[in-house]
Write a protein that binds this ligand. Structure first.
Ligand code: FES
Length: 105
């Protein structure tokens, strides 16, 4: 079992390839994505306008485009590729088909 900095969020089978979901946990909105079988978790809140919408963005490979005004983020790093502020990328672990996310440092 992962250490206590990780929180279990859902089963991997709950996610569909290339379809983002939003979860709210410990007052954080987090976007979860499955791409090529890998899980990515980032802040779901677009830093442009503080809108919790990234799970509904357009996926192109590992890049997500915000559906509001088109800022683009790299889901592997959280880097902002179009716009000027990155998003937080959360570490994840998969164990026994369950996704765990690191919420604490
Ligand atoms: S709210 Fe995301 S680009 Fe404006």
């Amino acid at each position: 079992m992962p250490d206590n900095s990780y929180t279990k969020i859902c089963k991997t089978e709950a996610l569909r390839e290339n379809v983002g979901i939003k979860i709210r946990i410990q007052q954080k909105d987090i976007g979860i994505f499955k791409i090529n079988g890998e899980i990515f978790a980032v802040s779901n809140v677009c830093p442009h306008n503080r809108a919790s919408v990234l799970h509904n963005g357009q996926l192109t490979g590992y890049e997500i485009t915000c559906p509001h005004h088109g800022w683009v983020f790299d889901l592997k790093t959280g880097e902002c590729l179009k716009g000027y502020k990155e998003i937080h990328k959360y570490d994840t672990i998969i164990e026994n088909g369950e996704i765990w996310i690191k919420l604490k440092d």
